[in-house]
Design a protein around this ligand. Structure first.
Ligand code: HEM
Length: 515
């Protein structure tokens, strides 16, 4: 009876009102403190963004990757340096890019921002510089020039599968969805090189549609996870039959994650030995066997995190860039004509019938200018990239004044801001391969960083370039390719910034016909 009375008293209107008043007062004091008394209160920006992270949550999680538009508006209103959250400062000034990303002192990544995928065991998700120094060398070596040369035949094998599937569709007079096909090609390559088993998506009837759906859905859901850290772990721990109640996409996600966990388990069970006929060092086996890594760095969770990121980082980026290049080359017939002419002059008819390697294609100026311009327009890592200097303040000087940002403050920039800057790249929305030819190219390179710069730049850069050269070079040298009716720029343009620049959900993708 006494307990009942106590509960009744606690939920009485008077107590609830008092609790609400106390909570309201706490929120007001907290917000006032953050806006006016925080160590970064001198950085301009909207009050709501300075007061609470729920502002970002609304635009990023609820509206699905739309905070970048708010950040763009903030820069228009407040200038090149803005406070975009209670804790973080964002800069839109290309002249500061090298200062933030290639300083001799290595900066940590912001752990809050980079924990969103719940893959902190991967080199990508590792915030601390020291831990990254331990984890990354083995993976960097696995994707170096020398390693890539050893797996040239593997790349050729996957491009041969791509070409076979394109030839089949030509004979069947069927349109091809290159947005799906390129993502699958990239998944097949990175999984073959890195995991016990390649996913072989190019061989599936729908060219890996389910897998693309899985990668996109996980990435989108992860935007919630940045603000609600229990979100992704909870989803991953939910039994499959409950997940199934949410529909087919949810099942693709559950199965995709399970598949990656199985691959990590197989690396361990096989003690890092290759499975089947693989005649090259498999990246995750090299990680597992490395004498430089302690056992705590070889747990199933850590291997799973690395596998998950290698698949995501190695496929969505490369696939999106290939789709973007293809769209723009086909949307500009004069460009396609120049690409074809260059390939015809560089190789004999017999050579063009074989699979051209990146080593044969990397010196062709016009093809590579198209690839650079595609990398610029695609900017396949669209997210802001926050770094933290824990030991020293950072000074940023705009044209009108200097700002000192205290140590420990996440400072971010977005590669996209630089790549779409009108002063650096006039008509930034236009596809102009000429930007990368002749004397202008050298100056433009200064403002070109699709793979970022410095210690945390892309480890898969050389692999990505080889894939881009081989996919584009082989397709445009072997077939007359045309865009299907109704394909629009919107099919490759970013609508949602989920770190990856996803086009609209209902955009069908780059459909082509082959002759
Ligand atoms: C066109 C294709 C690609 C683009 C534009 C791209 C871009 C980038 C960028 C900008 C970063 C830095 C992200 C940051 O600062 O947080 C990055 C990191 C990374 N990329 Fe790529 N990437 C591409 C392809 C690949 C491929 C094929 C792989 C597969 C091996 C890969 C694996 C990674 C990894 C593991 C990291 C984290 C590196 C670290 O923190 O040490 N990427 N990529």
């Amino acid at each position: 009876m006494a307990a009942f009375d106590l509960v009744s008293a606690l939920i009485s209107p008077a107590v609830l009102c008092a609790a609400l008043v106390v909570f309201g007062a706490y929120v007001v004091v907290l917000y006032v403190f953050r806006i006016y008394f925080s160590p970064i209160s001198h950085i301009p920006g909207p009050k709501w963004a300075a007061a609470t992270r729920w502002y970002e949550f609304y635009f990023d999680a609820i509206k699905n990757g739309k905070y970048y538009l708010e950040v763009e508006k903030m820069h228009e209103t407040y200038g090149p340096i803005v406070r975009i959250t209670p804790y973080e400062v964002h800069i839109n000034d290309p002249s500061f890019f090298n200062e933030l990303y290639t300083v001799s002192k290595r900066l940590d990544k912001d752990p809050w921002y980079y924990s969103w995928l719940n893959r902190t065991g991967s080199i990508f998700g590792t915030a601390q510089t020291d831990l990254h120094k331990l984890r990354s060398p083995i993976i960097k070596k696995a994707f170096s020039t020398a390693s890539l040369s050893r797996v040239e035949h593997v790349l050729k094998g996957h491009i041969a599968t791509l070409c076979r599937r394109i030839q089949e569709s030509k004979e069947e007079r069927k349109a091809l969805n290159m947005s799906d096909i390129f993502r699958s090609l990239a998944v097949d390559v990175v999984t073959d090189l890195s995991l016990p088993e390649s996913l072989s998506l190019l061989e599936t009837p729908d060219y890996g549609r389910e897998h693309a759906d899985f990668v996109r859905t996980v990435t989108e859901l992860s935007l919630f996870s940045r603000h609600l850290p229990w979100f992704i772990p909870l989803l991953e721990a939910t039994p499959r039959w409950i997940v199934g109640l949410q529909g087919e996409t949810a099942l693709h996600v559950a199965d995709g994650v399970k598949g990656q966990k199985n691959q990590a388990q197989r690396v361990i069970e096989n003690n890092g030995r290759p499975i089947g006929s693989k005649n090259f060092p498999v990246v995750m086996n090299e990680v597992y066997k490395s004498p430089d890594l302690p056992p705590s760095e070889k747990t199933p969770k850590r291997l799973f995190d690395e596998i998950s990121i290698l698949i995501g980082a190695g496929s969505e980026t490369t696939g999106h860039t290939m789709a973007t290049i293809t769209y723009h080359v086909l949307a500009n017939p004069d460009v396609q004509e120049k690409v074809r002419k260059e390939l015809q002059e560089a190789f004999t008819e017999n050579e063009r019938k074989e699979i051209l390697s990146y080593k044969q294609l990397e010196t062709l100026p016009y093809l590579n200018a198209c690839i650079s311009e595609g990398l610029r327009l695609a900017t396949s890592v669209s997210g802001r990239l926050p770094r933290i200097n824990h030991t020293a303040p950072t000074t940023y000087t705009s044209t009108s004044r200097s700002y000192t940002v205290p140590p420990g403050t996440p400072m971010s920039m977005s590669i996209r801001d630089m790549h779409y800057n009108e002063e650096l790249f006039p008509d930034p929305w236009d596809f102009k391969p000429e930007r990368w030819l002749g004397p202008a190219a050298k100056e433009n390179e200064k403002w070109f960083a699709p793979f970022n710069r410095g210690a945390r730049s892309c480890v898969g850069r050389l692999l990505a370039m080889a894939e881009l050269q081989m996919a584009m070079g082989n397709i445009f040298s072997k077939w007359d390719v045309r865009m299907s009716e109704g394909v629009r720029r919107r099919d490759v343009e970013m609508e949602h910034d989920c770190f990856a620049p996803f086009p609209a959900r209902d955009a069908p993708g780059v459909l082509i016909e082959v002759f």
